[in-house]
Ligand binder design. Structure first.
Ligand code: SAH
Length: 399
């Protein structure tokens, strides 16, 4: 096995069980290695620190598969074991019967760097965002099919930008094992049903990461006038309707997302008279509400990623502050604001500061009544804080 030698003093992150070896930490590669090859990661003093998958084109030159010096064994066998173990860890989801939309593999935090696998009913959809994941996608797909009860097919979405950073090509949707999924897969989540477009919907088709927040925010909606900003296929708004909201305004810039949101509302079996679907830019829409003097009891702000990197975090902070300030002004006394950031580069501290600054400018007092994070099928290993990307807070306007 090829050895990847670290520069002197660059072994600390490995010793702290962080799973990424950056190119700047690498002194040399003992022999040639192909994308996804397993290499031994060795300190400048010659100590074997672990095994990683090599990514020649990436800033993240190796992704750790195991720490320490115990032999790794056959790589395909290891992958199969890890896929099975990862699915087994979601066992309670299969038993609970609350939903059939579940993240089965959450990349580094499940020991499979760059592998995301989401299950929608009988269908599994993956994203492969590391050289390792791409190289072993057939093994991963076969293992998923065996591990998921009743699985009819495993597909891949190759249109995620982060593939480019790994030197992987962008592509479309492809079936790896089993059958072609239908155009829309219907899943259930608590009282709601959602149609998932796994070919061109966001991520693998649905925001499974907001499942727990949707349930929590829904409980605040009884008798409320609700504004659901960046609604995508209607998630938070439908939970609000299911929990007795008076009226829901669903706002998104994407006509495709809104058209699915309307179908999802029909699946809930509720009349449309209490829901508006508005195709608009939220930044402008919030201003138009302000100008028209509209107010709400519950506002949800779940924007897309405004910051891709730390360098963009400050610019993103201005965007977050803008929408949060506007929303804070539109809240009725005692009303709730559920506000989120899915930018990994936006730290929890920075997000709190944005909310604090917005509240100061809104000249109103708010209580934080809860904090949310990505759902529990998107776990984060303790040594890998980068894995926690989704943060949220539920605020109550005091006056
Ligand atoms: N809350 C949703 C997920 C939101 S994803 C859920 O629970 O499923 C973010 C959404 O923001 C996407 O649907 C995208 O189309 C929309 N979006 C992006 N920029 C926007 C803008 N400026 N105005 C309105 N919607 C926008």
């Amino acid at each position: 096995m090829t050895k990847l030698l670290l520069k002197s003093g660059r072994e600390h992150s490995l010793l702290r069980r962080h799973p990424w070896v950056f190119s700047g930490a690498v002194s040399s590669l003992e022999a040639e290695a192909l994308p996804g090859d397993v290499v031994e990661i060795v300190s400048s003093k010659g100590e074997l620190l672990g095994y990683g998958a090599y990514s020649p084109d990436s800033q993240i030159r190796a992704r750790v598969l195991a720490f320490g010096s115990s032999p790794l064994g056959d790589i395909q066998e290891l992958i199969r074991e890890r896929v099975f173990a990862s699915v087994a860890r979601r066992g309670s989801f299969f038993v609970d019967g609350y939903t059939d939309g579940i993240r089965l593999v959450n990349a580094e935090s499940d020991g499979l760097p760059g592998v995301v696998a989401d299950c929608y009913g009988q269908w599994v959809v993956c994203q492969f965002t590391s050289a390792f994941a791409e190289r072993y996608k057939a093994v991963i797909a076969q293992a998923l099919q065996m591990a998921v009860p009743g699985c009819r097919g495993v597909s891949a979405r190759s249109d995620v930008d982060s593939r480019l950073k790994e030197g992987l090509e962008l592509g479309g949707f492809s079936v790896l094992v089993g059958e072609e999924p239908p155009e829309y897969i219907e899943i259930f989540e608590g009282p709601c049903k959602f149609l998932v477009d796994v070919r061109s919907g966001h991520k693998t088709g649905f925001y499974l990461d907001q499942r727990e927040a949707r349930a929590q925010v829904g409980l605040l909606a009884n008798n409320c006038d609700v504004l659901n900003c960046f609604c995508y296929t209607g998630g938070f708004g439908l939970f609000a309707r299911a929990n007795g909201a008076n009226h829901v305004t669903q706002v998104d810039i994407s006509a495709d997302a809104l058209s699915i949101a309307e179908k999802n509302a029909s699946l809930l079996g509720l009349c449309h008279t209490n829901t508006d679907f508005v195709k608009a830019d939220v930044f402008k829409y919030l201003r138009s509400c302000r100008d028209e003097g509209k107010t709400f009891d519950l506002i949800i702000l779940d924007p897309p990623k405004f910051a891709d990197s730390k360098a963009h975090a400050m610019k993103a902070a201005r965007g977050y502050k803008d929408i949060n300030l506007l929303a804070m002004k539109l809240l009725r006394p005692g009303g709730h604001l559920a506000t989120f950031s899915c930018s990994g580069a936006m730290t929890g501290e920075l997000f709190d500061k944005v909310l604090m600054d917005a509240a100061v400018d809104a000249k109103r007092d708010f209580q934080i009544i809860s904090r949310t994070r990505q759902s529990s099928d998107h776990p984060v290993t303790v040594s890998f804080p980068e894995g926690l990307y989704l943060k949220g807070a539920i605020l109550r306007a005091l006056s």
